[in-house]
Design a protein around this ligand. Sequence first.
Ligand SMILES: Cc1cc2nc3c(=O)[nH]c(=O)nc-3n(C[C@H](O)[C@H](O)[C@H](O)COP(=O)(O)OP(=O)(O)OC[C@H]3O[C@@H](n4cnc5c(N)ncnc54)[C@H](O)[C@@H]3O)c2cc1C
Length: 391
Amino acid sequence: MSLFLDLDDVYLSEELRSIRRTIRRFIDEEVKPHADRWEDEGRVPREVYLRMGELGILGMPYPEAYGGSDLGLFGTLVLGEELGRSTYGGVAGAIALQTDMSAGHLARHGSAPLKERYLRDIVAGRIVCSTAVTEPDAGSDVASLKTSARAEGGDFVLNGSKMFITSGVHADIYFVAARTDPQARGAHGVSLFVVEKGTPGLSIRGPLKKTGWLSSDTAQLFFDEVRVPAANLIGELNKGFQHVMEGFEHERFSIGAISLGHCEAAIELTLRWLADRSAFGAKLWDLHGIKLEMARLLTELCAAKALLYQSVDVAVRGGDARTLAAMVKAHLPPLANRILYQCVQFHGGMGFMRETAVERMSRDSRVLAIGGGATEVMLMEVSKHIHRQLR
Ligand SMILES: Cc1cc2nc3c(=O)[nH]c(=O)nc-3n(C[C@H](O)[C@H](O)[C@H](O)COP(=O)(O)OP(=O)(O)OC[C@H]3O[C@@H](n4cnc5c(N)ncnc54)[C@H](O)[C@@H]3O)c2cc1C
């Protein structure tokens, strides 16, 4: 057995194993040597999206008809894990937002002309897309969103604002959730629209200054009488909330996989550090307390990895994996935070220095437990499952 539970032979096709090698090589050769600069610049350059499109990485979940490779959720898992292993959470966030947290809305529910217009370019990396659901007063409680879209003369006119939008500054198009039925409450009466950058009335505040994910830009969007053609409606009118919800499972597995990748990279780096560094006449690794703690963290990680792979397998086989996805999202990001805390600790002062990857991942992993549904919200989902079983 390798250091981590090696599940590729159990779950992955030869095609996916080969894609993993391609992604890992791409990250080693074309991401890691440049990503410190991207962190300083606050963005992942366009050429990187184009190169990933060329390698077929951005289209893994999407149909061949649009340039994708239809690799399903295990493709998402492999990409997320490798992005997490890159040690650059900002790069992982920016790319996963494109591949696994945004374009899916269009692919699943968009009309044929909308997909023809945007999906092929998204898969090729020519268009950067973004999803705008969260609002200043509607985050965890997504159903209380207030941005409105009123029908007028064959168009929809949007008013309101969106908060914490990944790629908000640099995206070309936004998938925006807005209330189309002012009388409806909660999850009802919400629709999803494509809004292009540059549409009159759309303004952007950002990039917002953040603790981590520095190479992924985050912005606030303002809609002031933003007019979009009715043809830009994604899916059914007033069913936008359900459409967004359908993407949650995918998103939660993606965030779980990024968390897993961070943990694997952090443990590898820390074991190397412990084997090199001496204190009290021995290598740090020889200190009993450190050995046991690393063994405990590795054991917890392997258990979490098994949960992630098995849950994805259930979903791929057509099973109901909604609760499993919530468990994955509730478990892996907090575990990543605990593992990163300890890895920083075992690096001593160096773990607090910007030049170490564990320092960066300790900042980057924080948002994984908040974005895409906070841990507590995921646990609420799991508790609903328990409640249903008890009835
Ligand atoms: C870097 C970054 C990128 C993001 N990217 C996007 C994006 O691209 N698109 C987008 O739409 N959104 C995005 N978000 C928004 C993100 O999804 C929200 O921040 C998240 O859903 C939490 O919402 P909130 O910040 O409003 O926190 P709140 O809803 O105010 O919650 C605050 C805290 O309260 C606790 N809490 C909330 N509800 C419950 C509950 N029911 N029970 C117990 N505790 C609870 C949790 O600890 C939670 O973290 C991003 C956020 C960040 C930080």
